[in-house]
Write a protein that binds this ligand. Structure first.
Ligand code: 5GP
Length: 129
């Protein structure tokens, strides 16, 4: 069965899109640790990061870097943190999280944003790509 992220790639489930190219997609996490929390995924459905072929792995890292730079320009933060977990969704995704405090990397500290705020933020990040 397709993962929820493959459904997002295929447009069957909506997302607040931040960046896209032929092989990768970035969109805002629906339950963000901090404002601007973004997920970067390969469009190809692979469960574990280190099972990606090396071309896709390296392409994903380059894509993450580009998105992180746009995040830094858009969201006031000390730096952008990066994490790969994958215990919830079995489709490779890199969390990029604008950080001001360590607790924002714990995945227990959450922030709430309205749909309008999410849509506006995604657009602002896109403009800084
Ligand atoms: P992990 O698999 O790394 O533990 O966490 C999965 C992440 O995906 C969580 O941060 C969760 O909020 C996010 N997530 C789960 N389902 C959706 C969804 O349908 N849309 C978006 N944008 N994010 C999701």
């Amino acid at each position: 069965m397709a993962t929820i992220f493959t459904k997002i790639v295929n447009g069957e489930i909506p997302c607040y899109k931040v960046a896209e190219d032929e092989n990768f997609l970035a969109f805002l996490d629906i339950n963000p640790n901090a404002k601007g929390h973004t997920l970067c995924i390969p469009k190809i459905e692979v469960n574990r990061l280190f099972d990606l072929d090396s071309t896709t792995y390296e392409g994903l890292m380059r894509f993450c870097r580009k998105v992180a730079k746009a995040l830094e320009q858009t969201v006031p933060c000390d730096r952008v943190g990066m994490a790969v977990i994958g215990l919830e969704v079995p489709h490779v995704h890199v969390h990029l999280i604008p950080l001001n405090e360590m607790k924002e990397m714990t995945f227990q500290h959450k922030t709430s944003m309205t749909a309008e705020e999410m849509a506006e933020l995604a657009q602002q990040i896109q403009l800084n790509l």
